[in-house]
Design a protein around this ligand. Structure first.
Ligand SMILES: [Fe+2]
Ligand SMILES: [Fe+2]
Length: 261
């Protein structure tokens, strides 16, 4: 539980550097934050949650899968924001971009705060009741070991450049379109889902082929337009809105970075 407080501090450190215009330090602080949070999540999934599953009773709202689902959302947000930062690597951040990123990071902050409170209330308090002092020490030792063995995943090793950021979002959007096309989820309105999906795959392939800078900007602009015009976010089923929104954010961030001189 003590680690939870640290995350908000590490995130704040990153934001202070960002607002002060020191993008290099902001990126380094972001990386520190990501590593710490990912190690913590890994330790919880490998050690804490299995112990909770076998030794504790689960109250409503404190089921193990709720925590796993929130971890997935946190990981996805880390990937999105890492790609956003990487899209701007080596470029000068305009103030408007700093504002947009900080605003988006507020979503992560809220999600993290909510998640940590839920864990404190259900997960850790139940374990404290169920385990004696020795059991708790042993659990903590194994948690630290699992956390220390965590290697950074795709969340922080996304590479850099606007095209890479566009690819991350395109790789998320493809399966979302397929879910709608295959009827696994019901769209709110009719839209050219199949045509948009096909175009998405073409643009994704063009990005992968390493288009030139000028072309890259055009591709990213069209990717952003796919969600603005052809199949706007509000047309997706409510359950997908959050993930589509993440794609929208990233396409636009990549498009702006590609257009910056
Ligand atoms: Fe957690
Ligand atoms: Fe936690």
């Amino acid at each position: 539980m003590a680690e939870h407080n640290r995350f908000q501090e590490l995130l704040e450190e990153h934001q202070v550097h960002l607002v002060e215009g020191d993008s290099k330090r902001a990126a380094l602080a972001w990386e520190r934050f990501c590593r710490a949070l990912l190690a913590h999540i890994q330790g919880e999934e490998d050690v804490i949650l299995p112990a909770y599953e076998t030794t504790c009773k689960h109250e409503r709202g404190g089921e193990p899968d709720v925590f796993r689902r929130e971890h997935r959302r946190l990981r996805r947000m880390l990937t999105e924001l890492s790609a956003w930062l990487a899209a701007w690597a080596g470029r000068t951040w305009p103030t408007t971009e700093v504002i947009l990123l900080v605003e988006r990071e507020k979503t992560l902050k809220d999600l993290l705060e909510h998640h940590d409170q839920r864990e404190d209330r259900y997960l850790y308090s139940a374990l404290r009741t169920a385990l004696d002092g020795n059991g708790q020490s042993d659990l903590l030792r194994r948690f630290r070991q699992a956390a220390a063995e965590t290697t950074p995943g795709a969340e922080t090793t996304a590479g850099s450049g606007p095209a890479r950021a566009g690819q991350v979002a395109a790789a998320w959007l493809g399966p979302i379109y397929r879910q709608v096309m295959e009827g696994r989820v019901r769209p709110r309105v009719e839209a050219p889902w199949a045509a948009s999906h096909e175009r998405l795959l073409e643009l994704q392939a063009a990005l992968q082929a390493g288009a030139g800078t000028h072309e890259e900007q055009e591709i990213l602009t069209e990717l952003a337009a796919l969600l603005d015009d052809a199949t706007p976010m509000k047309n997706f089923p409510a359950g997908l809105a959050r993930d589509v929104h993440a794609c929208w954010q990233l396409f636009h961030a990549a498009r702006r970075a590609a257009g910056a001189h």
